[in-house]
Every structure is written in structure tokens, then in C-alpha cells.
Design a protein around this ligand. Structure first.
Ligand code: PFF
Length: 473
């Protein structure tokens, strides 16, 4: 059977933007920003998106398009070594971990959407308007959360089973414009709310002193958030690029995707922050944790005559954004089973549905598991995954990666080819190893400079070990 490809160039871009734009932009971004000093965080985060995210995306694209296989098959076939296949196997673990918690959050959103729709036109609005705090806390984990997780996972599987063109491409083509139109409408409406200006002030002010003081403590969370929001490090972008033809400029596509993703993230902030402040909720004090979006915004919607309708629009947008991301997670292991084990797409999807139904249910029942998976585990897997992919690009692909980078690229992009390869092989993995170490409390335990020294030693040892490979560095 011939492997599917995207029908159109824009189809691939929208699918990749759809993967990037998700709960990371709308749900995780506001509270990670709030926890890490507001706009100070935003600046560092934007820098990391440019310096790490775009080259990282490109690295995954280069691997995927060159191999035209899933991450396991891609690393194995391009290197000719089984060991690299196992490294690629990390992406299956990452995909399952991601989807196990993501589907629970998707389920929460879906529940709010369903209840808002059901309440349109009724007096008093959706049930969570009455008392958003307990409504969220009381039902966030438990049987109801599991039920909605299964529903969300079923929707995800329903799109993936329809295939690359008829499922993922068609689905994201319909979802992405709807997301942007609804978000713009909500942002315009949010601007008319009382005290909206205070929300913008918190979100957009440029405070250099804060950036300087907190630089090292926000680096780790900023890097984690940048990887998560761009969907890099999991192998999703390897998988999506494996369905590409040769005619596309990968640097151009990577840049477009990062720009569009950032645009939606900033736009989501322009909805969320004015609404929180209109409610008198200060994100820096009460807006932390996974309930912020629900509790804060439900309260804002409750104050409006057409609250249920607006809530339905908002949670509808978030559901679509979550779905266009969750399908990209599921597609990774589905592609592995289809390419490597000759399963039909239908069987592969069904098997993974069964697995993630269970792992997701555990997340939906146990807050401690959920917290660990959604935070530490995902940050760790994405960071390690991206470092591995980029080391592969720099040290195993070497010049072949340059050729892939340059295919279809214009003169401007070509000028960045060699610096990019160097960044992929050396600078970015070093940085990622460093953030990993700081993320694990190493810095707190041994101090800042020993951590840097250790990161350098680990980095150098890694490169020394890979020296035997075909390399350009
Ligand atoms: N980028 C998605 C978001 O911001 O919600 C999350 C994500 C999707 C992460 C796919 C990783 C991935 F492979």
C-alpha cells in the first residue's frame, strides 16, 4: 500500500499549526505566564521560540521528510542502527504520556462546552456559573472526568482513523479558521469589559528589571512551555513531515508555523487576561494551577446576559484547538504501528484507543499522577526528545540534513543552513541538557556554576561518543 501524503501545502501547514495551537496556548500558557512573572516570562519565552523552537521544528521536519517514516522507522532507517530506532521509540512513550493527560483536560473543556450549550437560553446560565470554584474542584478528577476523557479520546480517534487527508487534513482545515475567527471575536468583546486595561497592563508591560532578576528561574519553564506549545520533541512534527512531498521549503514552513502559533497564543492572552481582571482576579495570586481558566472565566461569563452563549463559543474554540493537537499526538504511535508492524490504520487506532483509555483514566482519577505527567514527565520527555532528534540531525545526518534543509528553500534560508546545523548538533542540545538539569532541582542542590559545568561535561561526553559518526562539526 502506498503511503499517504498531504493533498495540499496549506493542508500540511494547517495541520502542523493545528498541532501547535492547543491547550498549551490557551490553558497552560496563561498560568505558566502568571506563575513566572507575566510579561517578563513572555519575552524570554518568545526568544526561546525563535532560538530553540524554530530550529527544533526544522530538525524534526528534516528527519521526517527525508525518511518518509514514523519517528522509530525514520531514525532507524536513516542511521542504519537499531539503537537509534529505540531512541525514536521514546516518541511513542511521549505520545502516550501526552495524550493520557491531554485527553483529561480536553474532557474538562468538552464538559464545560456541553453544559454551556445545554444552558443557552435558560435562566441562570450554565451550572458552573453558580459557583465555579467547587464546580471545578469537585469534578475535576473522578468518574465524570473519566467519562469525558473517553468522549474526547473517541473524537480524536474518529479523526485519526479517517486518515491523513480525509481525517487530519480535512479536520484541521475546518477547525483552524473557526478557532481564529472565534478568538478574535472574543478578544474584541473582552476589550469592552470593565478593567480590561489592567489585564493588558499585566500581560503586555515590558519590565526589563524583572527579566534580569528572574532570568535563570524562568529559563526552564519558558523552555518547557516553548517546546510544548510548538509540539516539538515528541516526534509529531517528524510524523507530519513524513507525509510531505519534496516541493516545500522547510525553513519557510517552520517559521510560518511558529509565527502563527505565537499569534494565537498572544491572542488567547488578549482574551484570558482582560476577562480575569474584569473579574477582579489577579492571575499572579489566584490564577495559578490547572483550574485558573475554568474558575476565572466561568465567573466572567456568569456576569453576562448571554453568558452561556459566550461560554459555549469560548469552550467550543478550546475544544477544537485541543482536538487539532490531540490528533497529532495519536498519529505518532498510529504511524509506528502502520509503518513498522503493517497494521491497518483502523486496527492501530483501535489498539491505541484501548491503551490510552486506560492510562488517561488513571490521570483522570489520580490528581497526583496527573500533576506529575502534565508537568515534570512531559517537560522531561519533550526536552530529552528534542535534544536526541537534534543530535541525530547534527551528528548522524550531517551533510544530508543540509541538503534536506536546502531543498525548496530560498536564498535567504540557505544562508542559515550551516549555522542551523551547528546549532542543532551543539548549541541547542547543550542548552536543553542544561535546562533539564536545572529543571530537576540540580541547581538548587549544587548551585548554579557546578550545574553549568556538569551540563558542559555531559554535552562534551555526548559529542565525543558520537564522534565516530558521519559529522560536519
Ligand atoms: N502544542 C500543543 C499545545 O500547545 O497544546 C501540545 C502538543 C501537541 C505537544 C503535540 C506535543 C505534541 F506532540
Amino acid at each position: 500500500m502506498t503511503r499517504e501524503t498531504w493533498a495540499t501545502r496549506i493542508g500540511f501547514i494547517l495541520a502542523a499549526v493545528g498541532s501547535a495551537v492547543g491547550l498549551g496556548n490557551i490553558w497552560r500558557f496563561p498560568w505558566v505566564t502568571a506563575e513566572n512573572g507575566g510579561s517578563a516570562f513572555l519575552v524570554v519565552y518568545l526568544f526561546i521560540v525563535l532560538a530553540i523552537g524554530v530550529p527544533g521544528l526544522l530538525g524534526e521536519f528534516v528527519i521526517g521528510r527525508r525518511a518518509k517514516r514514523n519517528p522509530v522507522g525514520a531514525l532507524e532507517s536513516l542511521s542504519g542502527s537499531r539503537a537509534w530506532g529505540y531512541v525514536g521509540g521514546l516518541s511513542v512513550v511521549t505520545a502516550v504520556a501526552l495524550l493520557s493527560f491531554y485527553s483529561v483536560v480536553g474532557g474538562w473543556i468538552l464538559r464545560y462546552f456541553v453544559e454551556s450549550v445545554a444552558a443557552v437560553g435558560t435562566a441562570g446560565g450554565a451550572p458552573f456559573f453558580a459557583d465555579p470554584g467547587p464546580y471545578f474542584d469537585g469534578a475535576a478528577f473522578g468518574a465524570q472526568a473519566v467519562a469525558y476523557h473517553l468522549l474526547f479520546l473517541a473524537l480524536t480517534a474518529g479523526i485519526v482513523v479517517a486518515g491523513v487527508r480525509r481525517g487530519i487534513e480535512l479536520g484541521t482545515k475546518a477547525m483552524m479558521p473557526a478557532i481564529v475567527v472565534l478568538l478574535v471575536a472574543l478578544a474584541v468583546w473582552a476589550a469592552t469589559r470593565p478593567n480590561a486595561a489592567a489585564g493588558y497592563a499585566f500581560y503586555l508591560r515590558f519590565d526589563l528589571a524583572t527579566v534580569r532578576e528572574n532570568f535563570f528561574s524562568i529559563l526552564g519553564p519558558a523552555a518547557g512551555q516553548a517546546l510544548f506549545t510548538l509540539s516539538v520533541g515528541a516526534g509529531t512534527m517528524i510524523t507530519y513531515a513524513s507525509y510531505l512531498g519534496e516541493d516545500q521549503s522547510l525553513p519557510m514552513d517552520a517559521t510560518t508555523i511558529a509565527v502563527l502559533n505565537t499569534f494565537v497564543g498572544v491572542l488567547a492572552g488578549l482574551v484570558v487576561f482582560p476577562l480575569l481582571f474584569a473579574q477582579g482576579i489577579d492571575p499572579a495570586s489566584t490564577g495559578t494551577g490547572e483550574g485558573a481558566l475554568f474558575v476565572g472565566l466561568a465567573g466572567a461569563f456568569a456576569q453576562l446576559p448571554a453568558g452561556s452563549l459566550i461560554a459555549a463559543a469560548f469552550f467550543g474554540v478550546v475544544t477544537l484547538a485541543a482536538l487539532s493537537s490531540s490528533i497529532s499526538m495519536l498519529e505518532i504511535p498510529v504511524a509506528v504501528l502502520v509503518d513498522e508492524y503493517d497494521l491497518t490504520r483502523r486496527r492501530a487506532t483501535a489498539a491505541l484507543f484501548g491503551l490510552i483509555a486506560v492510562t488517561g483514566a488513571v490521570n483522570g482519577l489520580a490528581p497526583a499522577v496527573f500533576g506529575f505527567v502534565a508537568g515534570t514527565l512531559v517537560d522531561l520527555l519533550l526536552t530529552a526528545g528534542l535534544a536526541a532528534f537534534l543530535l541525530f540531525v547534527g551528528w548522524v545526518l550531517g551533510r544530508d540534513a543540509l541538503a534536506e534543509f536546502e531543498t525548496g528553500a530560498g536564498p535567504l534560508a540557505r544562508r542559515f543552513a550551516t549555522p542551523w546545523l551547528f546549532a542543532a548538533g551543539v548549541a541547542i542540545p547543550l542548552f536543553l541538557v542544561f535546562t533539564l538539569l536545572t529543571g530537576f532541582g540540580l541547581r538548587a542542590a549544587v548551585g548554579f556554576w557546578p550545574t553549568v559545568a556538569l551540563a558542559v561535561v555531559v554535552g562534551v561526553a555526548t559529542f565525543a561518543g558520537l564522534r565516530g559518526q558521519k559529522s560536519v562539526v
